[in-house]
Design a protein around this ligand. Structure first.
Ligand SMILES: [Zn+2]
Length: 357
């Protein structure tokens, strides 16, 4: 075999392997989907499935270029999820309604589903709310109260925008803190791909949220954006919150004051502010507030849990699974959905099926 033939042989081998991999993935997904479907059909009742979303953005939205793929769902995918859940016989309910009916021993649907949205993104108003209104589906949004009505955003989005739009040279002192977290722990000569930048976000979680935000603030053009640039506001404001709560379709729970991961807070008064004062901030909204907490990044600590249990009636975690009638209200399980894991009925079922194995 000459070298050209060998190369073609390798190439064919590579293609066959790729086909095999795709085929195996298809089979695995189908099996998981089947498990999901069987569980939906035959699970003991009553059961609540909580579906979680973050950002709802059209497929051509510019923000997608600087966002973690696991955070984004297209409006039509959200709409399809709702229709799929209905077709499985699941009844839509407000999360707090299910919890209240349960504690009051009132009858519950055999299978219910509740939608939750984390962080309070402005796109929830722009792109999710019209879908929820059209489908008449209730939802709870977990708000980061001190970010409402501001042009601030979370540090992962600031870092992603920075890394995907410019190089991070060694020569700039304001970038020194970031270099150990970059690929190969080296300065970059060109912008990173979204995948590379996403991996930097995971590594940066070794630092605490406030240190990252302080570092970002020191970089010119980062951190606080000018108040007059309303078109780049990414978090909900009060008029939007009031409008969505008017007909009772949307309710609001607490997701701390600043989205600091609670396991990174050692100061007791700061922990209290993030959990308890967050609820006080929410109550100023007057409409649609429910005493349900959602742990940022799913990080839970004993002190945090105690404060949450004293001031709220329930809490959502990032643990996946179904909620049976005896589920601990402070350990509600959810399925985090995004375009990548639920773009079709089969993948939605597979995600739900995988989460319960
Ligand atoms: Zn969050």
């Amino acid at each position: 075999m000459d070298s050209k033939a060998k190369t073609i042989g390798y190439a064919q081998g590579g293609t066959e392997l790729a086909y095999l991999r795709t085929g195996l993935k298809f089979i695995a997904l189908t099996m998981f989907a089947l498990v999901g479907w069987v569980k939906v059909r035959f699970t003991s009742r009553p059961t609540l499935i909580i579906l979680t979303y973050h950002r709802i953005l059209p497929t051509d939205h510019p923000d997608r270029k600087h966002e973690q793929p696991g955070m984004v769902t297209a409006p039509e995918v959200l709409q399809a999820h709702i229709r799929h859940m209905k077709s499985l016989g699941a009844a839509p309910l407000h999360l707090n309604e299910w919890l209240e009916k349960r504690s009051g021993n009132e009858p519950l649907p055999d299978l219910s589903f509740a939608l939750t949205f984390d962080d309070g993104w402005r796109d929830n108003y722009q792109y999710a709310y019209p879908v929820l209104t059209a489908e008449n589906i209730p939802a709870t949004i977990f708000l980061v109260t001190q970010l409402l009505d501001t042009n601030q955003t979370f540090w992962p989005e600031q870092v992603l925008t920075l890394l995907t739009t410019r190089a991070i040279p060694d020569s700039v002192p304001d970038f020194q803190w970031l270099i150990p977290f970059l690929p190969n722990q080296k300065a970059t000569e060109k912008p990173l791909t979204l995948k590379e930048a996403d991996e930097v976000i995971s590594r940066l979680k070794a630092l605490d949220d406030q240190s990252i935000l302080n570092h970002l603030k020191a970089i010119p053009g980062q951190g606080h954006l000018p108040e007059d640039t309303a078109n780049i506001r990414s978090i909900l404001n009060t008029p939007e919150l009031v409008k969505m709560a008017t007909n009772g379709l949307i309710r609001y729970g607490g997701h701390t004051q600043h989205h600091y991961r609670l396991n990174r807070i050692s100061d007791a008064s700061q922990l209290k502010r993030e959990i308890v004062d967050c609820l006080d901030d929410l109550k100023k909204l007057d409409k649609g507030v429910v005493p349900i907490f959602c742990y940022p990044n799913g990080n839970i600590t004993k002190d945090g849990e105690r404060l949450v249990a004293e001031h709220y009636e329930a809490a959502c975690t990032t643990r996946t699974g179904w909620n049976k009638v005896n589920q601990d209200p402070f350990d509600l399980h959810r399925f985090n959905l995004h375009d990548g894991n639920s773009y079709s009925f089969r993948t939605l079922l597979a995600t739900i099926g995988r989460g319960i194995l």
